[in-house]
Design a protein around this ligand. Structure first.
Ligand code: G3P
Length: 221
């Protein structure tokens, strides 16, 4: 299972990249709006820090506009994946970009049918937003099950990138289903690194070691 960070926050990206946890990054206009500084410079910096795929999103909604933005974004670095909204004009852009050798991530996917069409158009990744479906009273993880099954049935090469993740159990469920990628807000990745029993166990080990050191003051390891 690949883990992407779903953020435009450079400190978080550096922090988790230094732990070897970041296979890629996904951004969107909302995430960029939360950061101070020039969004274009932030995107360029992310592309420099991360060697894996970095999804950068277009903001046009017409084919020509999306293509122009895609070509500009791709110049930020060879690991750029162009994020395209799941709309008919977007699918046309996905097809053309695939022909040009530019990878795309189709975003705002809320149904299995949309995922199939994005894959047929040539997307490298599809991003179903599971948390937003949960919020709307639907089961987001059921959608992931459906898409993974359909893609397996037909040997589609498109990867299922689970987005709008809200808690660590979403990650476990996505892994059990066999989704290729989860993209995580930094706070969720942070939660995954810790467990109360780990902290309790470590405190006990250190306390016991203090006792050993009292009996052997010159001891070092
Ligand atoms: O990658 C898409 C994701 O950022 C959307 O998450 O929490 O805004 O539904 P959310």
């Amino acid at each position: 299972m690949k883990i992407f960070l779903d953020t435009a926050n450079l400190d978080s990206i550096r922090k988790y990249n230094d732990m070897g946890l970041v296979d890629g990054v996904t951004t969107n206009p909302t995430l960029l709006s939360k950061e101070k500084g020039n969004p274009a410079e932030i995107m360029r910096e992310i592309v420099k820090i991360i060697t894996g795929p970095v999804s950068l999103e277009v903001v046009s909604t017409d084919y020509n506009g999306m293509m122009e933005e895609a070509h500009r974004l791709k110049k930020y670095g060879k690991n750029v994946v162009v994020k395209i909204p799941m709309i008919p004009e977007g699918l046309k852009a996905v097809k053309k970009l695939k022909e040009e050798g530019i990878q795309t991530n189709v975003t705002l996917v809320f149904s299995a049918n949309q995922a199939v069409l994005a894959a047929k158009a040539g997307a490298a990744y599809v991003s179903p937003f599971i948390g937003r479906l949960d919020d709307a009273g639907q089961n987001g993880m059921t959608l992931i099950e459906e898409i993974v099954k359909i893609f397996k049935n037909y040997n589609f090469k498109t990867e299922v990138l689970v987005a709008s993740v809200r808690h660590p159990m979403h990650v476990v469920e996505a892994g059990k289903i066999g989704a290729h990628v989860v993209t995580l807000p930094p706070d969720i990745l942070g939660k995954m690194t810790s467990h109360p029993l780990t902290d309790k166990g470590l405190a006990a080990f250190l306390a016991d070691w203090e006792k050993v050191k009292k009996e052997n003051p010159k001891l070092s390891i």
